[in-house]
Each structure stands twice: as C-alpha cells, then as structure tokens.
Ligand binder design. Structure first.
Ligand code: ADP
Length: 460
C-alpha cells in the first residue's frame, strides 16, 4: 500500500496543480467580460451570446393554464402548468423515456414522437370518457429545446448543431419549430406552440417569477451555462432588426464555450488532465470552460490523477486496476460521496472502491482521496464564479447585489459547492461579493416555459 510520506508529497504537488488564487480568478473574470461583450457585438463568436427573444422580466402576476414540452437529454417531459400569480404555480407532469434509437432516427420522426406523447398527455388530462378532447380555448404550449439555436423570433429556431449525443439526420440547419408544427398537424393535436426556448432562459424567468431580485441563471449539471437579461441597445449584432434600444431581452450565453480553441484565458490553470480530457473528447478544443467545471468531467479528472499515480507505482501496487482504467468509469457523484462520508474510517469510500472497482484501500489512501476530491471540486466551484462575476461586472449588479438562480446536480448535490462558489465571489469582489447570492432555481423547462408562453401571449 501507498506510504504516508509519499502521499503527503503527492498531495502537496496536486494542491499546487489545482489551486486557483484570488488574483488568478480576477484575471480570468476580467477576460471573461471582454469575451461576453464580443459575443454581443458580432455573430458566430466562440461564446455566442444567443438572443432568446424573451423581452423583459415577468411581472409575477402572469396567470393561466399552459402546456410545456421539454426535450431533454434522457427524457421527454410534458407538463401542465397553472400559473396563479404572486409567484405561485401548480405543475402536473408525465415523463417519456427516449431510446438511443430515437436520438439517431430521421429528425421528423423525433418530432412525431414529441407530438404523440403530447397527444397522449392531453387525452389523459383533458379527454372525456370517449377520449375526445374538447378545450374551451386553445392552450398555448412552450417548447423547451435545449440545443444551440439561431433564433430571430420566439416561435422559430434553427438548430445550429446537435449536442448531448443526438444525431438525428435532416435537422441541423432547419427550423425545429416548423418541424414540430408539422408533427402537431399530422396527429391533429389541438395545441398551438407559441414559444421555443432554451432551459437556461426558462430557469432565468422561472426564478425571477418567484424571487424578483434574480438577475442571472446558471446550470451546473452535465454541462454548464448561464442566461441573463440584457439591454437591447447593448446587443450591436441585432441592431438591424430595429428593436427598441431601451427594452430588455434575455440572452442565452452558452458560456461553457469560454476559452475554446485558443485556450488563452485559462492557460495558467489548465492542467495536463484537462488537456487529456479535451483531446480525447468527441469535440476537441471546444467547451474548454465546461470541461473544467461540469458534472460530466470532474470524476474523470479525479480518475486520471489516480491512473497517473498507478503508473508511477505509488497506488494500488499489486492490485488489478483494469476497472479504474476505463475512461469515464468514475462518476462525479463519487466525488460527492467521498467528500461527504460521515464515518471516521471513511467506510463509504472503502465500499465504493471495493464494490465498483474491486480495489482495497487503506485509511491513509482514503484520506488522500478525500483531499483530492476537495481540490477538484473546489477548483470547479471557484472557476464557476468567474462567469457569474463577469456578468455581474458587465451589468453593474455589484452595488445593489443580486440573486442568481442555480440548477443542476453539481449545484444541488455536491457538498460545499455553493459555499465555495460564494467564497470565490468574495475573493474576486471583496466584502461586496457577499451581495451576490446563489440559490436553488425553479424548474425552467416546465414553469419557466409556461411563464414565457404567458408573456408571449400578453405581448401579442
Ligand atoms: P442534466 O445536466 O443532464 O440536466 P443533472 O443536472 O442531473 O442533469 O447533471 C448530471 C450530471 O451531474 C452528471 O454528469 C453526473 O455525473 C453529475 N451528478 C449526478 N449526481 C451527482 C452528485 N450527487 N454529485 C455531483 N455530481 C453529480
């Protein structure tokens, strides 16, 4: 087994590798502000700052009955949302699992499946004994389609490229709203799709509906992203549309792409493990920021460090390590478990390594793993603060302070993630950083989508 002195030395080495100083956080943040501004100035930038055609904040008094459809990575979710005003709502929902085949079949068939599931939901919830659906008035539907879209109106959106493992042919470059409407007609679904949104934008609006000091929404799940509300006058790239300069519009930043291709802004803190993950991913050089922060990658960073130690002969000597050598075999949820093990002997960690990897560990090794998880989890939380801080600087929110609605498993389940993020904001801004407060966001793709459908109706 590994010797205590060796692990101590290694821990010193990894502490240097994964620690980000306040000074460095400030530099990354300053560069981030410039990148956000560039995305607003010109189309097709690395961080694309996509206009979402959601105009201004909800009043909190939006009311009525709406449907929401969410095509996520794993499930298709249909929700009936009743907005009651004063930030209150009720949701009824059904989930339909997507098969791998459905993610690769002809694009129109995917939208047909969406329309069919919606039809089933409507018959179940609004049909009479014969299955006939008679609605007093047409219910508006908000469609959450969280793939990068080029929009020029709230009810249209051209798919730029598939992400999250989807590959349906004849969809990229096409208007997905039109494709979905075609499927609605085919199945005679008595519904009008009025808005097409990204889940981050939905999260922004839903969070502001219940907490009016919300100015930013962030997602820390499989990937990372943020949305906020911008003054239209500050979006030069859409000047030709002639929209009123003094109105506001939501922007889906897609900022997981920060520092892609050039890797210049985080060069000092990017490690060989980050580089390895990037080069062995299906999209090398893209989503650089996301790859250092998001749930999909943190477990893999941890695993690569372990493999390095195995190669150097300082860990698991004489044991069969083939299971731990399999790429992406170490889930980020394991880091959460390791950090939160309540037992003195770290027995949860013992169980994790024997059960999933067939490996014996000593208490000294388990304590080392706990420190390593802490280093990787803390780096992710601290880097996460840079994107938020950049938006705060850009919009001048520091003096008054603001709320940040945050969602995703990393935010909601990783112990200490929020505290570490808040500490980093204080490192960047000093005491004033305490006025930027993150909290668990509301359901963006259900409630947020319904509120946006209500706002869209009110505008017409
Ligand atoms: P999505 O982003 O796909 O909507 P989630 O917000 O649930 O979904 O994020 C999924 C990611 O979160 C996965 O990469 C997974 O490894 C990670 N994850 C799941 N559970 C935990 C946990 N307890 N602690 C930290 N990360 C987790």
């Amino acid at each position: 087994h590994a010797r205590e002195e060796d692990l101590k030395k290694l821990l010193e080495r990894y502490t240097k590798t994964f620690t980000i100083t306040p000074q460095r956080l400030k530099m990354i943040t300053d560069n981030f502000v410039g990148v956000l501004e560039k995305g607003l100035e010109e189309p097709e930038q690395t961080v694309p700052m996509l206009p979402a055609y959601v105009f201004g904040w909800p009043t909190g008094e939006e009311v009525g009955s709406y449907l929401a459809l969410d095509l996520g990575g794993t499930n298709l979710r249909v929700c009936h949302v009743v907005l009651k005003g004063k930030g209150k709502f009720e949701v009824t929902q059904s989930k339909f699992r997507l098969t791998e085949e459905q993610k690769q079949q002809e694009g129109q068939l995917l939208f047909d499946f969406c329309a069919e599931c919606l039809n089933t939901f409507i018959i179940d919830h609004f049909g009479d004994a014969n299955g006939d659906v008679i609605l007093e008035e047409e219910i508006a539907l908000g469609f959450t389609f969280s793939y990068p879209m080029q929009q020029d109106a709230i009810d249209h959106g051209k798919l730029i490229r598939w992400t999250k493992g989807f590959g349906n042919p004849n969809t990229e470059g096409r208007d997905c709203a039109a494709m979905f409407r075609q499927s609605l007609e085919k199945f005679k679904v008595p519904i009008k799709m009025t808005s097409l949104i990204n889940d981050t934008t939905g999260t922004l609006i839903a969070s502001n509906y219940v907490r009016q000091d919300t100015r930013i929404a962030c997602i820390f799940g499989t990937g990372c992203n943020a949305a906020y509300m911008e003054h239209i006058g500050n979006i030069p790239k859409i000047k030709s549309l002639g929209l009123p300069d003094d109105e506001d519009m939501a922007i889906n930043c897609e900022y997981g792409a920060f520092d892609s291709f050039t890797h210049e802004h985080m060069a000092e803190v990017r490690t060989k493990y980050d580089e390895y993950i990037d080069l062995h991913s299906n999209k090398p050089h893209e989503q650089t920021y996301e790859k250092m922060i998001a749930g999909l990658y943190l477990g893999e960073i941890f695993r690569l460090v372990m493999c390095e130690m195995v190669d150097e002969g300082s860990l698991f000597l004489g044991q069969n390590t083939y299971k731990i050598e399999k790429p992406y075999s170490f889930d980020t949820a394991f880091l959460s478990l390791i950090e939160s093990d309540p037992t003195e002997e770290l027995l949860t960690v013992t169980g994790l390594f024997t059960h999933f990897f067939g490996l014996d560990t000593t208490i000294v090794e388990r304590k080392f793993f706990r420190e390593l998880a802490k280093l990787i989890g803390t780096r992710a939380a601290r880097l996460s603060s840079c994107g938020i801080a950049a938006l705060v600087i850009k919009m001048g929110y520091l003096e008054e302070g603001c709320g940040v609605g945050a969602d995703g498993s990393l935010y909601s389940k990783y112990p200490g993630f929020a505290d570490r993020l808040h500490q980093a904001l204080v490192d960047i801004f000093g005491e004033k950083g305490k006025k930027i407060v993150t909290y668990q966001a509301e359901d963006g793709s259900g409630v947020g989508s319904a509120i946006i459908a209500a706002m869209t109706k009110a505008r017409k």
